[in-house]
Every structure is written in structure tokens, then in C-alpha cells.
Write a protein that binds this ligand. Structure first.
Ligand code: 0O2
Length: 210
């Protein structure tokens, strides 16, 4: 019998640590009044019911979960612009506090569903009372538009137990195309948006000081 609380504790710790580190990057950018490539950060440990469902679906033996299921711990970074994703990927690659085990670029190679996102599997060392334990964390990096689409599609997958009716699937494909175009258009006016954000943050800084 797996003691889930014991097994998942290092994963919970790793998610919290990585969230703080990624938010730290965002705060540093904000303090320097530079456009931050990180809009917001979320994270979760996969619920036990989802772990069991995925293990069954992918034929993963429960004693191999920690090696085979790469998203027991997941952290998600949302960006305003597609170009910000490259910046975040470079920032993550430059770090020395974890290793990158794998990368999956579902932006260049979008999934059949229409899903777009950049995935990095990190080998992250967690300090436990029994010493250092390296664990895998899935880091998903996506724009706000990609996140909007993925969140809606995920709910529908859940509602229809993975068998989304064809008509809705077609609408989701169209919505994925619209999200892609939104990202394209926003990228074209990126400079304008960033200047506006800089003016706002400088104004807030002046108000804070006075
Ligand atoms: P959760 O926690 O509910 O989000 P698979 O799970 O079979 O797709 P694999 O090999 O485990 O694939 O890894 P992959 O595809 O790199 O990443 C899995 C995670 O990416 C998923 O977790 C989702 O969060 C996200 N994802 C991948 N494909 C899609 C998609 O088509 N639509 C949406 N909405 N999200 C996707 P889980 O397992 O769904 O768990």
C-alpha cells in the first residue's frame, strides 16, 4: 500500500519552492521597471485520483510512478507574449539549482487537439530529512491565450471523459486557431504594450515614493 502523503510530500515542497523562485524572477523584473516575461505562476501536485487514472491509462506500474510519471509535480508559468516564452526558457536553462531532463515544444509542434505550450521536465533536488532526493517536475510555459484555451479544453475533456463530441471538437479547433491569431496580433503590438506598461509602473513607483 502506498502512503500517498509520505510519497507526495517532497513533490509538494518542490512545487512550493519552484513557485517562489519563478515569482522571484517576476518580482526582480517588476522592480527594475522592465517588462516581465512572467505574468503569473501556478503549481500543483497531481491529485491521487488523477495519478491512478493516468497510471491505468498509460500502463505505469505503481512502483514505478516516480520515474515514469513526469508530472506528479507541475508548475505553470503564464506569459503575455509568445516571445516571452523563449526568454523564460533561457532563464530556466541558465539556472544551476536544477537540471533539465527533457523538453517538449508543443508550440512549434502543436498537439492534434490544438494544444500549445512549452514543456520542460526538470530534475529538481529536494532536501528531505533523509538527505537530497531528486524528483521530476513538469514546467509548462504558455501564453495567456494558450492557457485560456487549454483550461477550457481540459474541463471539456473531464466533462466528456476524454470523448469530446465531434461538433465541440471542431469548435475547439477553431478556438485554438483564434488563440493562435490573438498571440500573433499581440506580438505585433508588443512594443506599444510594453511602453504602456513601463509608463504605468514608473507612475506607480513615483506615487509609492511620495
Ligand atoms: P493535469 O494534471 O490534469 O493537467 P499525456 O498526459 O498523455 O497527454 P504526457 O506524456 O504525460 O502526455 O506528457 P505531456 O503531453 O508532455 O504533458 C501532459 C500534461 O500537459 C497534461 O497533464 C496537461 O496538463 C497538458 N496537456 C497535454 N496535452 C494536452 C491537451 O491536449 N489539452 C490540454 N488541455 N492539456 C494538455 P494531464 O495528465 O492532463 O494532467
Amino acid at each position: 500500500m502506498i502512503d500517498w502523503d509520505v510519497m507526495l510530500t517532497p513533490y509538494k515542497q518542490a512545487v512550493e519552492e519552484l513557485k517562489i523562485k519563478m515569482k522571484g524572477i517576476r518580482d526582480q523584473y517588476q522592480l527594475t521597471s522592465k517588462h516581465t516575461p512572467i505574468e503569473f505562476v501556478t503549481g500543483r501536485v497531481k491529485p491521487v485520483s488523477s495519478i491512478l487514472e493516468k497510471a491505468k491509462r498509460k500502463n505505469i506500474p505503481l512502483d514505478q510512478l516516480e520515474d515514469e510519471m513526469q508530472d506528479l509535480a507541475g508548475v505553470r508559468i503564464m506569459c503575455q507574449f509568445v516571445g516571452d516564452i523563449d526568454t523564460v526558457v533561457e532563464l530556466v536553462k541558465a539556472r544551476t539549482d536544477f537540471e533539465i531532463a527533457e523538453e517538449r515544444d508543443y508550440i512549434k509542434n502543436k498537439k492534434r487537439s490544438g494544444y500549445r505550450s512549452y514543456h520542460m521536465i526538470l530534475r529538481y533536488p529536494v532536501q528531505t530529512i533523509d538527505g537530497e532526493k531528486p524528483i521530476l517536475i513538469e514546467l509548462q510555459i504558455r501564453t495567456l491565450a494558450m492557457n485560456f484555451w487549454a483550461t477550457i479544453e481540459h474541463s471539456l475533456q473531464y466533462k466528456y471523459s476524454g470523448e469530446i463530441p465531434e461538433e465541440i471538437e471542431e469548435r475547439l479547433q477553431k478556438a485554438a486557431e483564434a488563440a493562435y491569431l490573438l498571440d500573433e496580433e499581440m506580438s505585433k503590438i508588443r512594443g506599444e504594450v510594453q511602453e504602456a506598461q513601463q509608463i504605468i509602473s514608473e507612475k506607480q513607483e513615483t506615487l509609492r515614493k511620495n
